[in-house]
Design a protein around this ligand. Structure first.
Ligand SMILES: NC(=O)c1ccc[n+]([C@@H]2O[C@H](COP(=O)([O-])OP(=O)(O)OC[C@H]3O[C@@H](n4cnc5c(N)ncnc54)[C@H](O)[C@@H]3O)[C@@H](O)[C@H]2O)c1
Length: 356
């Protein structure tokens, strides 16, 4: 009998990639999503198109229209399915958006995760449980690292971080945003279920996770949104740090490949910083240049001399722990290729409207 994988947030960027990949590996796919992204971000965040795509393309895909805050619904579903693998990606994913919706944010990210991991403990305790966490659990503490200013970007001046931020970095006593706090609660809870109940859990503290299936909006999904603005010739606002803020970007395929490695050789209560690493970093200015090279259009932008609250100036993930535990895993998709694919995807989705 085919193995079953339960994926929350299956219509989103990461969830949909997990669905596609594990379907190709012969799994029966169970996706949970209620299009909450459209509630969080309005019609531009709608992920129904992606749900419909999965339903059309994957014979093994089963959609469950369920809210992860519905504790009883989640318990019943996990009891009925007894999945072999659980990948939890459903979330309120925006740092900035959380401020306006603190209850929705915490109930989705923290309590929704508790619902999932407790359901796993009761009905599928052997199933590898992969939780999508975020580098925002480190709050703005990475901003305390000494930096050097280069022509188009910031970089770490302190050699301790020349490979990036490790998992041992403090998550305490810094500004997180309310989103960062709800994700810390979830992250620590998933670790605890691993250690306390000896469950095969891991938290993947994502940098910028992206790819062609992202429904990028201004408040979440920076590369996807930046490319969309470029194609639409719509103004992209650059917030503070001279536009030299640095992010590491990872394609959702490389994320899923790591998940596969973990599923094949799970560990207990682990934490990994999952990003594109130093090689896949760019600043906003550098992202403009790469996007322009694929679209042939000049990026329209406005610089706002105020950074986003608690935003990282320079962040990239130290990938050495991931590679050490899972030597078969590596980054396979370069930053340029990621941006090229995002350009092609927006064109295909025909969402490009004339500039207003
Ligand atoms: N994309 C990034 O750059 C990034 C970076 C770091 C961490 N992460 C984390 O990775 C995970 C996945 O991110 P993503 O970019 O795929 O997000 P996404 O918004 O594209 O997908 C999340 C999906 O979850 C669904 N969802 C939200 N709340 C729900 C609820 N209460 N019940 C059921 N479904 C619900 C949404 O409708 C959406 O389809 C999140 O936990 C996010 O915090 C993302």
């Amino acid at each position: 009998m085919a193995k079953k994988i339960l994926i929350t947030g299956s219509s989103g960027l990461v969830g949909s990639e997990v669905a596609t990949y594990f379907s190709e590996q012969g799994y029966q796919i169970h996706g949970v999503d209620n299009n909450q992204r459209a509630v969080f971000f309005g019609p531009n965040g709608d992920t129904r198109w992606n749900q419909q795509r999965l339903q059309a393309e994957l014979a093994s895909f089963n959609h469950h229209e369920l809210d992860i805050r519905d504790r009883n619904g989640i318990l019943q579903l996990v009891k009925q399915l007894k999945p072999d693998v659980i990948v939890h990606t459903a979330a309120q994913p925006s740092h900035d958006r959380a401020t306006a919706i603190p209850f929705d944010d915490f109930e989705t990210n923290a309590v929704g995760t508790l619902n999932m991991v407790e359901a796993a403990r009761q009905f599928a305790p052997e199933a590898p449980f992969i939780h999508m966490s975020t580098n925002k659990v480190y709050g703005d503490a990475p901003n305390r690292i000494a930096l050097k200013e280069l022509e188009t970007r910031w970089d770490y001046a302190d050699d301790t971080y020349k490979e990036g931020i490790p998992e041992t970095f403090t998550i305490d006593q810094s500004k997180h945003s309310l989103f960062g706090v709800s994700k810390v609660a979830a992250d620590v809870m998933v670790q605890e279920y691993g250690r306390y109940f000896n469950m095969p859990t891991c938290c993947l503290r994502g940098g910028c996770l992206t790819g062609p299936n992202h429904s990028g909006v201004e408040l979440h999904g920076f590369l996807s949104y930046l490319v969309k603005c470029n194609l639409e010739e719509k103004k992209y606002f650059v917030y503070g740090y001279k536009g030299k803020q640095v992010r590491d970007n990872i394609h959702s395929h490389d994320i899923v490949r790591f998940m596969e490695e973990f599923v094949n050789a799970p560990r207990i209560g682990e934490v990994y910083n999952l990003g594109g690493g130093k090689e896949n970093t760019c600043s906003i200015w550098e992202a403009f240049t790469i996007a322009e090279s694929f679209t042939g259009k000049k990026q329209v932008y406005e610089y706002v001399d105020k950074n986003r609250e608690g935003d990282h100036i320079c962040y990239y993930s130290d990938l050495r722990k991931m590679k050490g535990h899972y030597p078969n895993w590596e980054i396979t998709i370069s930053l340029e290729e990621i941006i090229r694919q995002i350009v092609e995807a927006w064109k295909k989705r025909k969402v490009i409207t004339p500039a207003t």
